[in-house]
Design a protein around this ligand. Structure first.
Ligand code: SF4
Length: 462
């Protein structure tokens, strides 16, 4: 189905859509599919017109596969994040800044809502409504620029999220990420809040790097986890028991398990059953949970059924090119534009970030603190570089990728440092072509020709 500008969902799919189940939320509330339809076709286009800009440069635009009905519900969760978090925050639920690449079981169990820098910026941009894509981006760039002036010029675009918090664009009650190896900028950006006007409470969850020969590492993290959970629980008023923790672990494990099953189904299909946007948007729910793990797991279950049906009927996702070149994406929190890549003949079949967390379940018996700590130490993305590259090569083979793009943001010191080494090892072990690309476009959808051209040239080479 051809897309129009602005993008809209066609009326002829309405009856089919509203016959599907709605979504359940962690507070026990539900939303029907008829209500989701009303929101996505009337309320959201009015409040968030930028999200419906159909231009190929709109990195965050929805999937044009309107017949993949779970994709519409994914868009609903994205666009209702602000309303849901603000409502819960007003009712006393603490919001906590975390980083990408870490599980969220402990934060949700303690009664908080963990949000990553990317979600903080999405939330911050949605605080002003009725904006076009350009207006929304200008708002985001202005926040980024204030962060550069007030905090540091020498950091990735995560600095925008820290500026949004410091400027009180969004209310964050605690800044408490895990300081994993992956993220060179998070640690010092957390510390900069110590000197800011608002002095938002912080808690640094330290993470021992190169921990293979450190038998104390899991216990060390577990002790910090107890303190972290106590701090969040003091804000939320929730009484934390092992049972509370295990309930959350089991729920999020279910999400991780379904996402892994979806990936296995998707990789084994003769034709990719969804386009890249829907594949990543659905599977990565098990890493992001978009403010509500109950709703995210509910949608993962619905999506799996829909994907199974498509595979049984050999349906190819809308927008997937014939004989698409399969690309695996590596690197820091940035990725090539899926819409451009599809136009150039490629589809994305996986990425190391996000899959790293999803691929490690937390043990469901014993000491829940120690179990979470052990799972964090097992993330493939956080291992020594050669070991991480070997895991990546294995994922490249499992996903039947034809090539690998390692992309990283300007300012991301760690990922820029390992890009070449990982690309070379994956090339050798998986036997596919690889490239690495630095992007300095920092949240823009205009003037992105530099990276787009390099990605297109790589696809042609593949
Ligand atoms: S780009 Fe790098 S430094 Fe910045 S948030 Fe992502 S991983 Fe961390």
């Amino acid at each position: 189905m051809a897309i129009t500008s602005p993008f809209s969902y066609p009326e002829e799919i309405k009856d089919k859509f509203i016959a599907t189940p709605g979504l359940k939320f962690k507070d026990g509330s539900t939303v029907s599919s008829a209500e989701i339809w009303e929101f996505m076709t009337k309320e959201a286009p009015r409040r968030f017109p930028y999200a419906f800009d159909a231009g190929a440069n709109n990195m965050g635009r929805f999937s044009d596969d309107v017949h993949f009905l779970s994709g519409i519900k994914r868009g609903y969760l994205t666009l209702t994040l602000k309303d849901r978090v603000m409502k819960q925050h007003a009712a006393g639920t603490p919001t906590v800044l975390v980083q990408g690449g870490q599980a969220m079981d402990a934060y949700y169990a303690a009664g908080g809502i963990p949000v990553r820098p990317g979600l903080v910026m999405q939330w911050a941009r949605n605080m002003e409504e009725g904006l076009s894509l350009r207006q929304s981006e200008t708002l985001g760039l202005n926040i980024l620029e204030s962060g550069r002036r007030k905090i540091s010029i020498d950091a990735c675009n995560q600095i925008a999220a820290h500026a949004a918090i410091d400027n009180k664009v969004v209310p964050i009650d605690l800044i408490a990420p895990f300081l994993c190896l992956r993220c060179s900028d998070m640690s010092f950006l957390v510390e900069t809040h110590r000197n800011r006007v608002h002095d938002i409470p912080r808690y640094l969850v330290d993470y021992p790097v190169d921990h293979e020969n450190k038998p104390w590492a899991a216990e060390y993290i577990a002790v910090e986890l107890r303190e972290l959970i106590d701090k969040i629980a003091a804000l939320s008023g929730r009484k934390i028991t092992d049972e509370v923790l295990f309930d959350e672990i089991k729920l999020e494990n279910r999400g991780r398990r379904i996402a892994t099953e979806i990936a296995d189904l998707w990789w084994g299909a003769e034709n990719p059953p969804t386009n890249s946007t829907d594949f990543f948007g659905i599977a990565f729910l098990a890493n992001d949970f978009v403010g509500d793990p109950v709703a995210a797991v509910d949608l993962l279950e619905q999506s799996k059924k829909e994907i199974e049906e498509r595979i049984q009927n050999n349906v190819k996702g809308f927008g997937v090119p014939d004989h698409a070149k399969r690309l695996f994406i590596c690197g820091s929190c940035v990725g090539p534009n899926a819409h451009h890549a599809q136009t150039a003949g490629a589809i994305f079949v996986g990425r190391d970030d996000s899959w790293s967390c999803i691929s490690v379940p937390v043990q469901e018996e014993g000491d829940p603190y120690l179990n979470i700590a052990k799972s964090m130490l097992a993330y493939p993305y956080e291992q020594r570089t050669e070991k991480r590259a070997e895991w990546t090569a294995d994922m490249v083979k499992r996903s039947r990728a034809d090539g690998v793009i390692f992309m990283y943001q300007w300012g991301c010191n760690y990922q820029s440092g390992v890009a070449r080494m990982i690309s070379d090892i994956v090339k050798e072990r998986a036997g596919v072509v690889t490239t690495f690309v630095e992007v300095g476009e920092l949240g823009r959808s205009e003037a992105t020709e530099q990276s787009t051209n390099r990605v297109e040239a790589f696809i042609e080479m593949v």
